[in-house]
Design a protein around this ligand. Structure first.
Ligand SMILES: [Zn+2]
Length: 326
């Protein structure tokens, strides 16, 4: 889900602009036809100084967002419908600032009715950034004898998931390439996220990991979600989709994790989730199984096992975006 389209913000500034004294403005009606998702719509528009201006309420109608005016603060409020619940008029977080982070400030209630979006396949505009966790000398977790490392399972599953998502029409970017043998520092991973977010309309960062504990006794699959979704909304809904797919494979599901930073509980503990959030990007992390428990390790030792995990992830992403905007 992206911020309200830029054209709409142009409309907002136009509205503000036109409330100024109009003596210096030379406006003429625009005659170009306008199409929304391929359908022609009739909107009154004007050309002023070479730019085209629309009434914000007209745009709201055809692009499905809401416009309100808050008397107390004399401010104009825009919000997306219906994925993002209508904001309370006195909620300063709800005003659109163009940061693209409104999906975090107004998460959908888990009980809210689903959006009437229902596609069979995505249309090629869904952009998924896959992160195969760790890499190079950073092997991540490992089996008991330290011969098999998480980084390799992460990559194998990520590549399979990439192929599956691409076959469904998504564009898939990889945060770590399969040929890379060097360890990727945290700062480099963040720089790559930054670059991808600037260069592509990335909808989701899906980070693929495999688990282990000190006691070597834990089992099950675990999804880690940005704390912004702790009480509902996109991250939580996507986690449910992944958990449902894993459950269908017979996996026990551990509680969804929302980890707060110790220094600042308002921020995510994991840098990947935090840095994505700060760039307005939805991110979840999957820990499919525990490599340090033999029965769990068996699940990903074979190509078929890895394929099952990748299929579950791809199916969950498709399921989620079949019902949600991107
Ligand atoms: Zn890991």
């Amino acid at each position: 889900m992206k911020a309200i389209p830029r054209t709409v913000l142009t409309g907002a500034s136009a509205l503000l602009f036109l409330t100024q004294p109009a003596w210096a403005v030379n406006a003429s009606p625009t005659t170009n036809p306008i199409f929304v998702d391929g359908e022609r719509v009739d909107l009154q528009s004007y050309t002023i100084d070479g730019y085209t201006y629309y009434k914000i309420r007209d745009l709201a109608e055809v692009l499905d967002f809401e416009v309100g005016y808050d008397d107390a603060s004399q401010s104009i409020r825009l919000w997306n419908t219906p994925q993002n619940a209508a904001p309370a008029p006195d909620d300063p977080e709800s005003s659109v600032t163009g940061t693209g982070s409104e999906e975090h400030s107004a998460p959908t209630s888990p009980d809210a009715p689903d959006a009437p979006i229902k596609r069979d396949v995505v249309d090629g505009k869904l952009v998924v950034l896959l992160d195969a966790g760790h890499g190079g000398s950073d092997g991540g977790t490992h089996n008991i004898s330290e011969t098999l490392f998480e980084r390799d399972f992460n990559m194998a599953v990520a590549q399979k998931a990439k192929a599956l998502l691409e076959a469904q029409g998504a564009q898939v970017l990889m945060l770590r390439g399969p040929e890379e043998t060097e360890r990727i520092l945290e700062s480099e991973r963040i720089a790559r996220i930054d670059r991808f977010v600037r260069e592509y309309p990335v909808d989701l960062l899906l980070s693929i990991h495999h688990n282990a504990t000190e006691t070597h006794k834990a089992t099950g699959s675990e999804i880690l979600v940005q704390i912004a979704y702790e009480h509902g909304g996109a991250g939580q809904e996507l986690a449910r989709c992944i958990e449902a797919e894993y459950r269908a494979l017979g996996r026990p599901i551990r509680p969804t994790k929302y980890q707060h930073s110790a220094e600042n509980p308002e921020r995510d503990r994991l840098y990947l989730l935090r840095e994505a959030y700060e760039r307005g990007l939805l991110a979840v992390m999957s820990e499919y199984c525990f490599l340090d428990v033999d029965s769990e390790l068996q699940l990903v030792l074979t190509d078929e096992g890895q394929a099952r995990e990748a299929e579950a992830l791809a199916a969950a992403v498709m399921q989620y975006y079949t019902n949600h905007p991107y």
